[in-house]
Design a binder for this molecule. Structure first.
Ligand SMILES: Cc1ncc(C[n+]2csc(CCOP(=O)(O)OP(=O)(O)O)c2C)c(N)n1
Length: 811
């Protein structure tokens, strides 16, 4: 604890009067108490069954008050479920909204973080207006939307911090058009993480990358000594994250971090530390670590268990003795800032306010449900009145009314039961309940299933096709040159675009699709990164959250797996988990399907399309189509993955004269060969194999219609495949993923969603790769993946089945 003289010195440095200082301290004390009471009462709400799960910020109040003091408008937080006090202190969350989050209130006005989609304790501010357009982020104390996977907040933190460097360094962004995103790059990105979560690889990858890039990132570790029940002994070498990160400390001219240590119960030292740290971070663009040790957790990890099971008696006693709020109280009295009575008053008031607010939040949550219940019961009554056998119907109604705190599910179940009981009654009395049920389904779909994708006017499906033109005659170029010309056009048109990845900078990409562009646009816009796929994507997410348009490269499709978790957990859920409050229109560029070897020719598309719903997936067959996708995506506000065909960079394509301008609309298939006997559906590199087979089959008098899907997500939005099957009555899916991989997805879309079963004259077939990965040996690819001969045989077999005389067995 500092002496009175030291405290006065701190105050003097801040240039405020004694009275102002005391009033700030007491206000912090109030917030800390209210936050603690919220945790205590929130826990009770779960234990009594009103809320389903609770994870709270008790014990972490003081460090967050200190962080809030240095957090300015325009700054960003990327944190985790303990940060309620910070959210209260920055006025980004009211107590009532906090309780609404705990109850899972689905109304955005009541619960603006996620409208009940995220469990309590997952915070976020709204960066977007209701129409999906950006708010002025420089006027908000921004918080990117939390996710639950431990350390999952780290990769995006990197991009949030890097954006400041980009806004500072790229003069083209300092005009009017971008002023709502940054004040010349003066913003800090604050990260918070628990000590145990620093065991995750994502923490280390992020930490190292920020040191390399020298960006204004300030990471605070709230160290309470445990990850649920597992102590530091099993989490961290030497049991101290700051100790083992010492090698990152900058020294002399060597770049690195500033590392601070402080204690979770020492309010004045916390304030002083955060102030020093933020100054260095903001002014010098140096990353900073604040290791906040000796943090307690008085209520235990969450409502899922009690900490008495795993903490020793001594530790439990320490948790009481070194509670931050208790220590702050002692300090206030020691310093004679105010009297015991005033503090008691603050404490009592906190209890009262939280109790009252909790009741208000609960009523606000429950009343609309009760209104639904009244409507449904009226409709049920109506059926019962007209029924000759109302006893069972009334029984369902009585049971429904008896539920003390009903949910919409209870009402839905009852309504369905009543309609089942009344199934033989053919009277109009059912119409009211059926209508209620239908309307309720629509509202619940909006409540729980909207905003997987952008619902703004810039959503990608609004971007229309613009055909490539070839006005300047036939100019045949390598695929990679066509792409490079297109990226050149993109970089000159959009100053907010930056392209990065392994080898993307100096050499212009392993396949030279960016050749010479770093030289032309500078290292700030086209640059190399370390080998760190997860944080390349995280970096892109953070940049996009701050209004930039990153194109992030993952060198090969096989290595996307390193990034798949963050794509799935963070990027894909961004719009959904905030109900349209945040967007990250990231473009992920990679290449795959075919080259050589187990880790350079994979095509795990089934895994990908099933993991990333919320992100679009483009699978162009050549670079003309790929370039068109990039142009489309930059006109929209949604994230997407573009997988270029790896064996297409050196193949010749005709270069369009409207490079950078033409667009390929998403969700629109292309018929690349017209035919009448069989519809063959494929995508990417397999298109060329299908076309090889077309030639062989035509010699036998068989004509196949080859459809290039172009995008797997979205999938054939105009149902063009169905039209083709109406003509051919036969379906073959050609795919180089494993059996039951993407082909199963494609089959489900065509048979079930497009309802084509009745149109087929023979069994639908799939032709896929083997279940192992493609072998490297010279013919490994040929024998591991479907080839033109396989396609020929499969098609011929189908034709033989339908007309054995015309197509006799070959083998
Ligand atoms: C990837 C992942 N693994 C496991 C969990 C379950 N889990 C939730 S919190 C937690 C402990 C985190 O401890 P720490 O980082 O120290 O933060 P604290 O809760 O102590 O503040 C674990 C293991 C998770 N959410 N995500």
């Amino acid at each position: 604890m500092p002496t009175i003289e030291e405290t006065i010195e701190i105050r003097n440095k801040q240039n405020i009067s004694k009275e102002e200082f005391i009033s700030i301290v007491l206000d912090d004390y109030r917030i800390a108490n209210e936050s603690r009471e919220a945790s205590i009462m929130g826990r009770r709400e779960v234990l009594t069954g009103k809320a389903k799960f609770g994870i709270f910020g008790d014990g972490k109040e003081l460090p967050q008050l200190a962080m809030a003091k240095v957090f300015k408008d325009g700054d960003f937080r990327s944190g985790y479920y303990r940060d309620q006090t910070f959210m209260f202190a920055t006025k980004n969350l009211t107590l009532q909204e906090w309780f609404a989050g705990l109850y899972g209130h689905t109304n955005l006005d009541a619960e603006p973080m996620s409208a009940g989609r995220q469990m309590g304790g997952h915070f976020g501010t709204r960066s977007l207006n209701d129409d999906g357009s950006w708010k002025d982020l420089t006027k908000i104390k921004n918080s990117s939307a939390d996710i639950s996977p431990t350390a999952g907040q780290m990769p995006r933190l990197l991009g949030l911090a890097m954006a400041s460097k980009y806004y500072k360094g790229n003069k083209l962004l300092q005009g009017k058009a971008f002023e709502k995103f940054s004040n010349k790059g003066n913003e800090i990105a604050f990260g918070t993480i628990g000590d145990a979560s620093t065991s995750e690889g994502l923490f280390w990858e992020t930490f190292n990358a920020a040191g390399v890039m020298q960006i204004p990132m300030l990471i605070s570790v709230w160290d309470d000594g445990h990850g649920i029940s597992v102590p530091k002994k099993y989490q961290t070498t030497k049991e101290s994250i700051s100790e083992i990160l010492k090698g990152f400390q900058r020294q002399g001219n060597s770049l690195g971090y500033e590392i601070f240590k402080t204690k979770g119960w020492d309010y004045p030292h916390l304030c002083e530390t955060f102030e020093k740290a933020a100054k260095i971070c903001r002014e010098e663009h140096v990353p900073v670590l604040i290791h906040v040790e000796e943090v307690n957790q008085p209520l235990g990890h969450s409502t899922s268990g009690s900490h008495e099971r795993y903490k020793s008696k001594e530790r439990l006693q320490w948790e009481i003795d070194f509670d931050g709020i208790k220590k702050m109280r002692e300090w206030i009295l020691e310093q004679k800032f105010t009297s015991e009575e005033v503090l008691k008053n603050i404490e009592e008031n906190a209890k009262k306010i939280v109790r009252e607010t909790k009741a208000e939040a609960w009523n606000a949550y429950l009343n609309p449900i009760k209104k639904d219940l009244i409507e449904a019961v009226a409709a049920i009554d109506f059926i019962a009145e007209k029924s000759e056998n109302p006893a069972n119907i009334n029984k369902v109604k009585t049971a429904l009314i008896a539920i003390n705190e009903p949910s919409r599910k209870d009402i839905f179940i009852a309504a369905n039961s009543v309609l089942r009981l009344a199934r033989n009654e053919n009277n109009g009395s059912k119409t009211q309940l059926i209508n209620w049920l239908n309307a309720s389904s629509v509202s619940n779909s909006e409540r729980y299933s909207s905003h997987l994708h952008s619902e703004s006017k810039n959503n990608v499906l609004n971007v229309k096709h613009i055909l490539p033109e070839y006005l300047t005659g036939k100019k045949m170029v390598d695929g990679r040159e066509l792409l490079r010309e297109n990226f050149d056009a993109i970089l000159s048109k959009y100053p907010e675009v930056l392209i990065f990845g392994e080898d993307a900078g100096k050499i212009g990409g392993v396949n030279q699709g960016l050749e010479g562009l770093q030289l032309k646009y500078g290292e700030i816009r086209v640059f190399d990164t370390g080998i760190r796929e997860a944080t390349i994507i995280g970096q892109a997410i953070g940049l996009a959250l701050r209004g930039l348009r990153p194109i992030a490269e993952v060198q090969y499709l096989d290595y996307l797996l390193y990034a798949l978790q963050i794509m799935s957990d963070d990027l894909a859920t961004m719009q959904y988990r905030t109900k349209g409050g945040q967007k990250a229109p990231v473009i992920i560029r990679t290449r795959g399907h075919r080259l050589e070897g187990i880790w350079h020719s994979g095509s795990p598309m089934g895994m990908i399309v099933n993991a990333v719903r919320g992100i679009y997936v483009c699978v162009p067959r050549n670079m003309t189509q790929a370039a068109g996708f990039y142009n489309t995506l930059l006109s929209a506000d949604e994230p997407a993955l573009v997988i270029e065909p790896l064996n297409g960079y050196r193949l010749k394509e005709m270069q369009p004269s409207n490079i950078g301008e033409y667009k390929v609309a998403l969700g629109c298939v292309e018929i690349i060969n017209e035919g009448k006997d069989i519809t063959l559906v494929t995508y990417g590199s397999c298109c060329r194999i299908a076309m090889d087979a077309v030639a062989q089959l035509s010699e036998m008098g068989i004509s196949i219609e080859v459809i290039d899907l172009q995008t797997l997500l979205p999938f054939d939005i105009n149902h063009a495949i169905k039209k083709s099957i109406k003509k051919t009555s036969r379906l073959l899916i050609l795919d180089e993923d494993v059996n039951g991989g993407a082909s199963a997805y494609i089959l489900q879309k065509i048979i079930v969603e497009q309802n084509t079963f009745q149109l087929l004259d023979s069994e639908p077939k799939t032709l896929t790769a083997k279940d192992h990965r493609p072998a490297y040996g010279t013919d490994g690819d040929y024998f591991s993946k479907p080839n033109a001969e396989d396609v020929f045989n499969k098609v011929y077999e189908m034709m033989h089945e339908s007309n054995p005389n015309k197509f006799p067995k070959i083998y």
